[in-house]
Design a protein around this ligand. Structure first.
Ligand code: SF4
Ligand code: SF4
Length: 242
C-alpha cells in the first residue's frame, strides 16, 4: 500500500543566540513507514537546514532522540508516521523537546545536565561481592536474575522522567531510581546500605506519587512503577538514620 499522509509538524524552535523561542509549522507529504527522525531529516534536506534535533543509533538503543509528540514522551526513531496517525488520530503533530534539562537549540536538550541525576545514584556496582569460589565469574541464579532483568533494559532516554509529575520537584526521577534499584537487586553489589540511603533520601522514592506515568511511556516496556513500588514497600530492606 503506497498511502501518503499530509502532515503538519508544529515544532518548538529555540535560538540561543537571540534567546528567541517560537513554534514553526512544517508541511510534509510523506509515506506511511517513514519514522519521525526521517521527517526531521527531510525537513533539513528540503525545507530548513537550520532545524536542530538529535539522534544517534536510530534503533531504539541509545535514548538520544526522545521528544514529546503531542505531549507524549517517546523515541522518535521508533515512531512511524502511520502509527503516529493511528495513535493520536490526527495528521498534525506538536513536536517539543523533553523537559528534563535546558534546551540547547530547537529540539536538542543538554543531556549532560540530565545525566547529573543519574550520576548521583552511581549507576554501576559500587562494591563487588566476591566471585564464585570455583572460578572468576559471578553466578546469578536464573530466578534471581528474572526478578530484575527487565529493569536492565533501561537506556536512560528520560521519557519517564519527562512524564513524571514529580521530576521537577527535587525528585531524582524514575530512571535514576530504577538505576539504584537494579543494583539493589543485583547480587554482585554489596554496598546496599549506601544504595538504600540514596533510595530513601529527600530526592528519592518518597517523592513518587504512584501515577505510573513512567510505566505508561517507557519505550523499553519496563514496568518502572513496579520497581519503585518494591522500594516503597521496603522490599530491599531499611536503612538506619534515614
Ligand atoms: S525506564 Fe524506560 S522511559 Fe525511563 S529512561 Fe529507562 S528506558 Fe527510558
Ligand atoms: S509512578 Fe512515581 S516515578 Fe513513576 S511517573 Fe508516577 S510519580 Fe513519577
Amino acid at each position: 500500500m503506497s498511502q501518503e499522509y499530509e502532515l503538519t509538524l508544529k515544532i518548538s524552535r529555540y535560538d540561543p543566540d537571540t534567546d528567541r523561542a517560537w513554534v514553526q509549522d512544517y508541511h510534509l507529504k510523506v509515506g506511511r513507514i517513514l519514522r519521525f527522525v526521517d521527517l526531521f531529516r527531510k525537513i533539513n534536506d528540503e525545507q530548513d537546514p537550520t532545524l536542530a534535533w538529535s539522534s544517534s543509533c536510530e534503533h531504539g538503543q541509545c535514548g538520544t532522540c526522545g521528544m514529546k509528540i503531542n505531549g507524549k514522551p517517546l523515541l522518535t526513531c521508533e515512531l512511524l508516521v502511520e502509527n503516529a496517525v493511528q495513535m493520536f488520530k490526527t495528521q498534525t503533530f506538536k513536536v517539543e523537546p523533553l523537559t528534563v534539562a535546558p534546551v540547547i537549540r530547537d529540539l536538542v536538550i543538554d543531556l549532560e545536565k540530565a545525566y547529573e541525576r543519574i550520576h548521583i545514584v552511581k549507576p554501576y556496582i559500587i562494591e563487588f561481592a566476591p566471585p564464585h569460589p570455583e572460578g572468576d565469574e559471578y553466578r546469578i541464579p536464573p530466578r534471581v536474575l528474572e526478578a530484575y532483568v527487565e529493569a536492565t533494559r533501561c537506556i536512560n532516554c528520560f521519557c519517564c522522567a519527562t512524564a513524571c509529575i514529580s521530576t521537577q520537584k527535587n525528585y531524582l526521577g524514575p530512571n535514576a531510581m530504577l538505576a539504584d534499584i537494579v543494583r539493589l537487586m543485583d547480587p554482585r553489589e554489596v554496598a546496599n546500605e549506601e544504595r538504600l540511603k540514596i533510595l530513601y533520601s529527600g530526592q528519592g522514592i518518597q517523592r513518587c506519587r504512584t501515577s505510573q506515568a513512567c510505566t505508561f511511556v517507557c519505550p523499553k516496556q519496563i514496568d518502572v512503577a513496579h520497581f519503585i513500588a518494591l522500594g516503597k514497600e521496603g522490599k530491599f530492606g531499611k536503612v538506619n538514620g534515614v
